[in-house]
Design a protein around this ligand. Structure first.
Ligand code: SF4
Ligand code: SF4
Length: 342
């Protein structure tokens, strides 16, 4: 059973919910896009239904709510440190099924990695509930069906935005009292087919993997990729960050440690003490990214591939590099390697 609720009533509900929750959803920022006179859509606190962008995929994903682009982890003085404070308000995030699946991938990285859990991620994640927005349209770069991320049943509320009203299904008792209206038979539906669809290549053994890493296919990216990192900052599953200690000018022994989103595609990302550096070419960095999204993550966590097929990296790349084309090239390279080995 669901509800049909007109925008006027939706706004009253959002107002009530806002007393208990910070509500995040895709929001338009005018003239803040990549080119002059273009807008950008990214996650921010919304107050009313008119703030929410339904007809365009957000340029940046909902991950920024839980793992912000930059945040202070702790403050330090000469002899002690104090964890940064956070709001205790609950959080409700409206997102599409692929992004909901991306949060699960991030949870594995931040909370189940080698027995450690990241306290700064955990303390936000524990306050979050999810509302899934039904995809009533899709984009030519979506390939969620291939990745199996077109569906989810892990949400508190399902929302279908229609002309001047919402269809809502409430699964979580915490929200039952907020919603009422005309009772209708509404259940969340999912996209069943994308224009973009392909077979994910399998790497059968370590020997093939080693040969694939040395395959000339990666050299192409030394010319094409400008190592800007745009593909990773928009990716809902990328989680790399760097930390910086900021010291205060009045007393340089006092300061704060911040972490900031970083990118494996940018030169210097893998620099280590002692002058060691890995993946020094754009091709090597691309190889790392593609294998991480379509092989290594699954090898480590066993369940599924890291990529959720949102297609944002394809849209954002200034050099028109498509991760789908890269994976397809990887499939051909694997075939070649396997044929040679016979
Ligand atoms: S399509 Fe690109 S941006 Fe989206 S999850 Fe996959 S790698 Fe990340
Ligand atoms: S693949 Fe595209 S977006 Fe990613 S680093 Fe290279 S040029 Fe930038």
């Amino acid at each position: 059973m669901g509800y049909k609720i007109d925008y006027l009533e939706v706004n009253k509900i959002l107002k009530e919910l806002s007393k208990e929750y910070d509500i995040y959803a895709p929001k338009r920022f005018e003239k803040r896009g990549r080119y002059s006179d273009t807008d950008i859509v990214r996650y921010d606190i919304i107050e009313k239904v008119e703030d929410i962008v339904f007809d365009r995929q957000s340029d940046y994903s909902a991950k920024e709510v839980i793992s912000p682009i930059t945040q202070t982890l702790f403050y330090f003085t000469e002899d002690e440190y104090r964890e940064s404070k956070q709001s205790n308000k609950k959080i409700l995030i409206l997102m599409r099924p692929c992004d909901r699946n991306a949060i699960e991938r991030q949870n594995k990285i931040y909370l189940q990695n080698g027995g450690f859990s990241d306290i700064y991620y955990k303390r936000v994640q524990e306050r979050v509930k999810f509302a899934v927005m039904e995809c009533t349209n899709q984009w030519d770069t979506c390939f969620c069906v291939t990745m199996g991320t077109n569906k989810t049943d892990d949400y508190s509320i399902a929302i279908k935005n229609e002309n001047n009203h919402w269809l809502v299904d409430v699964k979580d008792n915490d929200f039952e009292n907020y919603f009422n209206g005309e009772k209708v038979d509404y259940k969340l539906s999912f996209v069943e087919k994308n224009e973009l669809s392909f077979e994910i290549p399998k790497i059968s053994n370590k020997e093939v993997l080693t040969k694939l890493k040395e395959h000339p296919m990666w050299l192409e990216y030394n010319k094409r990729c400008i190592s800007c990192g745009a593909c990773t900052t928009c990716c809902p599953t990328c989680s790399c960050f760097t930390t910086t200690d900021i010291t205060y000018t009045e007393n340089s022994e006092n300061g704060e440690r911040r972490r900031t989103a970083a990118s494996c595609q940018i030169p210097g990302f893998s620099d280590m003490a002692g002058g060691h550096s890995f993946r020094n070419t754009a091709g090597e960095r691309m190889r790392y990214k593609v294998l991480h999204k379509f092989h290594d993550y699954k090898e480590r966590f066993k369940d599924y591939h890291m990529c959720v097929g949102c297609g944002r990296c394809i849209t954002r790349c200034p050099e028109l590099i498509s991760i789908v084309a890269s994976v397809q090239k990887m499939g051909k390279a694997i075939e070649e390697i396997e044929k040679e080995g016979k």
